[in-house]
Design a protein around this ligand. Structure first.
Ligand code: GLU
Length: 447
């Protein structure tokens, strides 16, 4: 396999799908050497099969807003690869959603899900719907309209969507309600991220952030360093940043920045419990403005319009909002300010130029597909509980999540250790994730 040839072919077939092409290229660069040591991979054309989704559904979603106006959106589900299990991955509601974005996210999901060591295939979906400023009733009507089309293609053994940007517990509840009515069965494993009490798992809301901090803790320990007193900069103030903030504080670190599309909130003395709780209200309001944190806690948080979290001095930087949110200049500013670790919690949160700058400065960098895998892993645990009609305690789920993250970390080290003893976490995650999928595809024949 020659990465250049595969990429030239893909670019010709999918012109303009830049995010998807970028994600594929990163993985292929990591696996090229290992792949070429396995002639059986080449013979079975594993890469050529892996880069194309099994299928993509595109559908019109029509709903009525509070003013009685008819609204149209486009919905998607990319069922990417089912070698390891039924398709699994989130739904993103955001005005920028398009096929390229969902193909990139679906592709990443294959490797992330593989890293969890659970039986999960890769998929992703969503709609170009903007939840900002929408009422609760509008959100419900949109979720129901989305499900009119989606319900036939999902199920615990077929495809199990979950939340992602713009989709949290409330949206999953509305979608599950519609699914249950249309499918005429209470098949809880068809969606994850449900509320506790009707199929949801304890710790699922916190899981992405908790898992990320378990991973970061290992990165820090690897350098014989400790989390105590470390300044952590997060971006966004959504579900992921919320969970990460809780765990970071629990591990003794100080969260000094969160952000939104409007700017950054610097929290000099570290985020407090009241502030973390308030993040939930901010998300539920659909205002999408981080300034509200500084308005509510004026002595603790300072808001600066138009700035990102990467302008705040920190030891650990964790992009946790959206892809490509850290560019090369941001990375250089962080390096100048003495950042010691960078761990993506958002999928592909850093642009290639940012990653190159961080790695060149010999600062440990870990990719989203490893760091944020705790979310989908806990979704996998939710499906296990649904299938067995059992509820694990919060401690039980947290212990399993912690073990999964430790195992992912160990695999990244095993496959990412370089000759000079340093760890390339990007290569480690890509190679470890790939090997499991490739072996399953080989065993299942040419299909
Ligand atoms: N959207 C999350 C992710 O990117 C969670 C997916 C899931 O739980 O299925 O992994």
């Amino acid at each position: 396999m020659k990465v250049k040839e595969v990429m030239a072919n893909l670019e010709a077939k999918h012109p303009g799908e830049s995010e998807y092409l970028e994600a594929v290229e990163e993985v292929l660069n990591s696996i090229e050497e290992v792949y070429n040591q396995h002639p059986e991979f080449e013979k079975a054309k594993i890469v050529e099969r892996l880069v194309e989704p099994d299928r993509i559904f595109t559908f019109r979603v029509t709903w009525i807003d509070d003013k009685g106006q008819v609204q149209n959106n486009i919905g998607y589900r990319v069922q990417y690869n089912a070698a390891l299990g039924a398709y699994k991955g989130g739904l993103r509601f955001h005005p920028k959603v398009n096929v390229s974005m969902l193909k990139f996210l679906g592709f990443e999901q294959i490797f992330k899900n593989s890293l969890t060591n659970l039986p999960l295939g890769g998929g992703k979906g969503g709609a170009d719907f903007d939840p900002t400023g929408k009422s609760d009733a509008e959100i419900m009507r949109f979720c129901q309209a989305f499900m009119y089309e989606m319900w036939r293609n999902i199920g615990p053994d077929q495809d199990s969507p979950a939340g992602d940007v713009g989709v949290g517990g409330r949206e999953i509840g509305y979608m599950y309600g519609a699914y249950k009515k249309l499918a005429r069965e209470h098949s809880t494993g068809a969606l994850t991220g449900k509320s506790y009490g009707w199929g949801g798992s304890l710790i699922r809301p916190e899981a992405t952030g908790f898992g990320a901090m378990y991973y970061v803790e290992r990165m820090v320990k690897e350098q014989n360093d400790t989390m105590k007193g470390k300044k952590v900069a997060l971006s966004g103030f959504g579900n992921v940043a919320w969970g990460a903030a809780i765990k970071a504080v629990e591990l003794g670190a100080k969260v000094v920045a969160i952000s939104g599309p409007d700017g950054v909130c610097e929290i000099k003395n570290g985020i407090t419990k009241e502030m973390i709780d308030y993040m939930l209200d901010m998300r539920a309001s659909n205002h999408n403005k981080v300034q509200e944190m500084a308005d509510k806690f004026p002595t603790k948080a300072t808001f600066t319009a138009g700035k990102k979290s990467w302008s705040v001095k920190c030891d650990i930087a964790c992009p946790s909002a959206f892809q490509n949110e850290m560019d090369e200049n941001d990375a250089k500013e962080l390096i100048k300010n003495g950042v010691k670790y960078v761990a993506e919690i958002s999928n592909m949160g850093c642009q290639p130029g940012a990653i190159a700058a961080i790695q060149k400065a010999k600062i440990p960098f870990a990719p989203g597909k490893a760091v944020n895998a705790g979310g989908v892993a806990t979704s996998g645990l939710e499906i296990c509980q649904n299938a067995g009609h059992i509820n694990w305690t919060a401690e039980e789920v947290d212990a399993k999540l912690h073990k999964i993250m430790n195992d992912i970390y160990d695999m990244c080290v095993e496959y990412g250790k370089q000759k000079d003893g340093t760890i390339n976490y990007v290569n480690g995650a890509n190679i470890a994730g790939f090997m499991r999928v490739a072996k399953a595809m080989l065993a299942q024949g040419i299909i």
